[in-house]
Write a protein that binds this ligand. Structure first.
Ligand code: 3HC
Ligand code: NAI
Length: 703
């Protein structure tokens, strides 16, 4: 048929086999191959047609790299029409994951069988899209409107057994020979003269949909949209599935799909899809580089971070030993772990049995000898360099040769920590984000002497525990926290210049940030930044700098934990409320410092908060701290809740235009001084050459 699709008559069944590694994406050659095979099978002696895939998965969707490029024939709808209108039963046989266009391909078949381990789903929403090849029309026809809406707007895949219950799959094939099982199933269908079951023939009874269902769904989804429009369009498509005949419903779906493919939100989300996968690759190490075996993990310090990190490993069945200074601290740490698991149980996301199993995977100790056989040790004690060096000295003395010694430090010098051991090649940073069992990002910090296999192992184990890994070199705050400096600084400066906390936060939340910077400060505790600033000698001597944060802490307003900070908090609901006392205080301080207050536009708030972050990102790139601009985007989306629909700060800068960002920084330099507004040389160069950060990534990857 073609290089990627073969067709063979086996036992009177026409078997179409797709082989387009790595995930059998529906590239042009695959679409053409399937269409030709269906046409051949229609004419030959086959009694039924079986569609199977080789390699690790059934078709995982449209080829995302083709989006935004001129379409190539045959279009996917044409292929699906040919399948649904075939003259004999077409059966999809699913293994791995049938996702997006892959699942839509299966839905156009007359029957679907699957291995018990298979999963099916429509994850398009995670790319800012909707299922554009009949998914929004066929799924509600099979499962009903509500289940379809949940499945398509969440984008989460479901197991084969759940799909069977929802009638999305017709049969589970036991054993591991899917092709053989599929052929037998095809024969059963022929034997029982099973009809050509076309989902398009099903009509949805509008009476099964509650009045106001779609309006309510739109309102509910808008609350968590954060700049994404796909959910809203998915509702419109499912509404069309109820109200319109199949052909018109498909037209509507295609029209809205095209709108989304062309949207900046989807372009940003596709950028993050590929960036996430790219970030795991270390530029100077070959793919498949050797790794060390990790069978047992030790965590030093069972506080906020240590407990969460222990849970990450327990969740994937890797035994953990958590070491604390004394029994009281150990019990407290184990208690927090139990409390966190209990919340998951209460939400119905984990059974009691599984919870106990996971807690049993975590042993506690106060004795270093109990961690001597650990393959990976992650230190998460207080953020103090001397203490960390002392801990690493002890680890060096007890840990077996070849054990990887990682620090979760947020700011300390990983090389200085490594030098506290006789084996700096085994030391690196593994910087988790709070809450560690929830946040997806893991910054893997490469020390001066970190061995290649230590890095590769950290990347691999990170993926295993469900993290998105990004590599950073050593510097103060690594990629993420270093860039955050200017963001927090400007958020506070804006207050003196005339904004209210609510104004600053609502502009950034309107942009899509999960929480504005001042509300975030209140959540983390304003005392944390206050203490961190105390020891710093590199900050400019400027009374305006972090003025409000400092004053609030000195007034005992440490944020949510003391009931007030930039805002006051309702003790019951913890909901934030504007506080006129703070607003008066800001005005008084501005007057004392001689800052003239004025009305500040939303655009200025966005630029003042984000451009220092982007500028620092450019410095980080030039210094080689981050491998790629796209890695920085991954850090911000997965570690700092930067809206995925904006694609991360560097992608956002590319969209705004680097020349515009650069010129604005020059304008701010004039107005607010060079100590805070000094354009990074890389930003200036790219702006002057009319290039983007994406261009820079491409040139570096090629060169
Ligand atoms: N198109 C193009 N490339 C794809 C792809 C796709 N749909 N899916 C995965 N890839 C690439 C990845 O970029 C990666 O490339 P790399 O090795 O060069 O980095 C490679 O395939 C392997 O992918 P993963 O590293 O993600 O492999 P895993 O085994 O961890 O996961 C997977 C496999 C679950 C299939 C995962 O890749 C995935 O979720 N893929 C995307 C699925 C998806 O979103 N499908 C919907 C597409 S949109 C669509 O179908 C529109 C339709 O409605 C018309
Ligand atoms: P924490 O104060 O909640 O926990 C620290 C724990 O370490 C305490 O339980 C303490 O008893 C224990 N400890 C202290 N000295 C010890 C020793 N010598 N041996 C064994 N245990 C010891 O602190 P948290 O927030 O968990 O931070 C830990 C580390 O993680 C710090 O380096 C911090 O910078 C970093 N980090 C913190 C994040 C956060 O948001 N809290 C985010 C990312 C990193």
């Amino acid at each position: 048929m073609s290089e990627v699709v073969s067709y063979q008559l086996k036992d009177n069944i026409g078997v179409i086999s797709v082989n387009n590694p790595p995930v059998n994406a529906l590239a042009q050659a695959v679409r053409e191959g399937i269409l030709n095979a269906i046409n051949t099978a229609n004419e030959d002696a086959s009694e039924a047609i079986l569609l199977v895939c080789e390699g690790r998965t059934f078709v995982a969707g449209a080829d995302i790299t083709e989006f935004g490029k001129p379409p190539k024939d045959p279009g996917f709808p044409l292929v699906l029409d040919a399948i649904e209108n075939a003259s004999k039963p077409v059966i999809a046989a699913i293994h791995g994951t049938a996702l997006g266009g892959g699942f839509e391909l299966a839905l156009a078949c007359h029957y679907r069988c699957a291995l018990p381990t298979a999963k099916v789903g429509l994850p398009e929403v995670k790319l800012g899209l909707l299922p554009g090849a009949g998914g929004t029309q066929r799924v509600p026809r099979l499962t009903g409107v509500k289940a379809a809406l949940d499945m398509i707007t969440s984008g989460n895949p479901i197991s084969a057994s759940k799909a069977l219950k929802m009638t999305l799959v017709d049969k589970i094939i036991e054993g591991d020979n899917l092709e053989l099982g599929g052929i037998q199933y095809a024969k059963e269908l022929i034997g029982s003269s099973a009809p050509l079951k076309r989902i398009s023939d099903i009509k949805i009874d509008p009476a099964t949909v509650e009045p106001g269902f779609f309006d309510n769904a739109r309102k509910h989804l808008a609350r968590r949209a954060r700049g994404q429009i796909a959910q809203d369009r998915i509702v419109s498509c499912i509404e069309a599935a109820v109200e319109l005949p199949m052909g018109e419903g498909l037209e509507r779906e295609r029209e809205l799909f095209r709108e989304l493919v062309a949207s900046p939100e989807s372009a940003a989300m596709r950028h993050i899809f590929f960036s996430e996968r790219q970030a795991a690759k270390i530029q100077d190490l070959p793919k498949g580089a050797p790794v060390r075996d990790i069978k047992k993990v030790a965590i030093i310090g069972g506080g906020t971070m240590g407990g969460g990190i222990a849970m990450c490993f327990a969740n994937v069945g890797i035994p953990v030993v958590m070491l604390e200074i004394n029994d009281d601290a150990l019990q407290r740490g184990m208690g927090i772990i139990r409390k966190n698991y209990n919340i998951t149980v209460q939400k119905g996301k984990l059974s009691e049995d599984k919870m106990e199993g996971r807690i049993d995977t975590i042993a506690g100790t106060t004795d270093y000898l109990d961690i001597a056989d650990a393959d990976l040790v992650i230190e998460a004690v207080f953020e103090n360099l001397e203490l960390k060096k002392e801990v690493f000295g002890k680890l060096d003395a007890v840990c077996k040769p070849g054990a990887i010694l990682a620090t979760n430090t947020s700011y300390q010098d990983v090389d200085a920590i490594a030098e506290a051991t006789q084996r700096p090649q085994d030391v690196l940073g593994m910087h988790f984000f709070s809450p560690a069992n929830v946040m997806r990002l893991l910054e893997v910090v490469r020390g001066e002497k970190t061995a290649d296999d230590v890095l590769s192992t950290a990347m691999k184990i990170g993926k295993k525990i469900g993290k998105v890994c990004a590599l950073s070199r050593v510097c103060y705050g690594f990629i993420g926290n270093r860039m955050l400096g200017g963001y927090g600084r400007e958020a506070q400066m804006l207050l003196l210049d005339g904004c209210t906390p609510e104004q600053v936060d609502s502009v950034l939340e309107g942009f899509g940030m999960a929480m504005g910077p001042l509300a975030m400060g209140d959540l983390a505790g304003l005392d944390v930044g206050y203490k961190a600033r105390e020891g710093r000698t590199d900050l400019p001597d400027d009374p305006r700098l972090y003025r409000m944060g400092t004053l609030l802490v000195e007034m005992g307003r440490h944020g949510q934990k003391t009931g007030s900070g930039f805002y006051k908090y309702d003790p019951e609901t913890r909901r934030r409320e504007s506080d006129s006392e703070v607003e008066t205080l800001i005005k008084e301080e501005a007057a004392t410092l001689g800052v003239e207050q004025r009305k500040i536009t939303d655009d200025e708030i966005l630029a003042r908060c984000f451009y220092p972050l982007i500028n620092e990102g450019a410095l980080i790139l030039e210094e080689g701290i981050a491998q790629r601009a796209s890695d920085i985007d991954v850090v911000y989306v997965f570690g700092y809740a930067f809206p995925v629909a904006k694609g991360g700060p560097m992608h956002y800068a590319d969209q705004v235009g680097l020349e515009n960002v650069y010129n604005k920084i020059l304008e701010f330099r004039e107005r607010y001084g060079e100590q805070y507004w000094k354009p990074a040389p890389l930003l200036q160069r790219l702006a002057e050459e009319g290039k983007t950060f994406a261009d820079w990534d491409k040139e570096k990857e090629v060169g």
